[in-house]
Design a protein around this ligand. Structure first.
Ligand code: CP
Length: 338
């Protein structure tokens, strides 16, 4: 389907976002998380499943500032911004003046001086988006800060579950894999707990500490024991790039104990939903047949990522209730964040 402008009732979309940024899910209230999810739903519906364009952020400029590799997040933030009519700057550290000694903050402040509205940042150091939020006067969106959080991934995972199962209260979600190094696990954990889901963290003892029980979640090291109880399994990649030592003897042994495979699927509830944030390593955390089975939402998650990111960009860069904007004003709002 070709892109074209779509009539969109801006007044009908909630705009009561009380923050300037989206840095994590840990500090959001359940109502704020629901607002993000509901806004994403409105955008998905209004754009015919994220395929059409709604130029409600025309005149805004979003900067993608990625210091770690990305396929899904970077592309979908850029596409979401373009679908909203915003301009997008895709900043690459390689080829930039960082190589001449310019600091990270100076780089960001120079981009801000060009009149941008929001920065989407991914960085290997936890807290980098929070630092930027303190130093810049524009909206900051965390696209993944080391092993800390990846709030839009948590939101799109929860959105995908909610779309199929409705209210999260009482839904049992197993997060399986490298919990110790996974920002996706943390954002899912906070969002799911706040919305009333039952969370089971599962993986080898070296990657899933019993201390997580202090948050009221269940910890298991036995995937076979938890599979029949779960409504949803979210299969997390082993983050070898964040590990100094190997947390298990071999990938083959890990896959034997923790890969979601056809045999385990046979012992699961018939309606079990399979999620994975991607990139997936077929044969490690999930076998190829399960990744591609009818219960797999892996590609739905990617589509829903666009809806979530449209919603987040709108809530952060769109007009505030305090702006008293008319519909005709909302297309031109550079520098409106207060
Ligand atoms: N899920 C996710 O964050 O994927 P990318 O690293 O490709 O952005």
């Amino acid at each position: 389907m070709s892109l074209h402008d779509t009539p969109f009732d801006q007044e009908a979309v909630p705009r009561a976002w009380p923050h300037r940024h989206l840095l994590d899910l840990e500090r959001l209230t359940p109502e704020e998380i629901r607002l993000l999810l509901d806004t994403a739903s409105r955008f998905k519906e209004a754009t015919d499943g994220c395929r059409k364009k709604i130029a409600v952020l025309s005149g805004s400029t979003i900067v993608n500032l990625f210091f770690e590799n990305s396929t899904r997040t970077r592309t979908s933030f850029a596409l979401a911004a373009r679908r909203l009519g915003a301009d997008v700057i895709d900043f690459s550290a390689s080829g930039s003046s960082l190589s001449k000694g310019e600091s990270f903050i100076d780089t960001a402040k120079n981009l801000e001086a060009m009149g941008i509205n929001a920065v989407v940042v991914r960085h290997g150091t936890p807290g980098t988006p929070h630092l930027l939020a303190q130093r810049l006067g524009v909206g900051v969106i965390n696209a993944g800060d080391g092993p800390h959080e990846h709030p839009t991934q948590g939101l799109l995972d929860i959105f995908s579950i909610r779309e199929r199962l409705g209210d999260l209260a009482g839904v049992t979600v197993g997060l399986v894999g490298d919990i110790a190094h996974s920002r996706t696990a943390r954002s899912n954990l906070w969002g799911l707990i706040k919305l009333g889901a039952k969370v089971i963290l599962c993986g080898p003892p070296t990657l899933v500490s019993q201390r997580w029980r202090e948050l009221g979640v269940e910890v298991s090291h036995d995937l076979d024991a938890i599979v029949p109880r779960c409504d949803v399994l979210n299969l997390l990649r082993i983050q070898f790039e964040r590990q100094n030592t190997r947390p298990f003897p071999s990938v083959r042994e890990y896959a034997h104990l923790y890969a979601m495979n056809r045999d385990r699927l046979k012992r699961a509830k018939k309606e079990l939903l399979i999620l994975a944030p991607g990139p997936i390593n077929r044969g490690v955390e999930v076998t190829a047949d399960v990744a591609d089975c009818p219960q797999s939402l892996i590609l739905d998650q990617v589509t829903n990522g666009l809806a979530v990111r449209m919603g987040v960009l709108w809530l952060i860069c769109g007009p505030r209730e305090s702006d008293h904007c008319t519909k005709s004003e909302t297309g031109h709002r550079a520098g409106r964040l207060v």
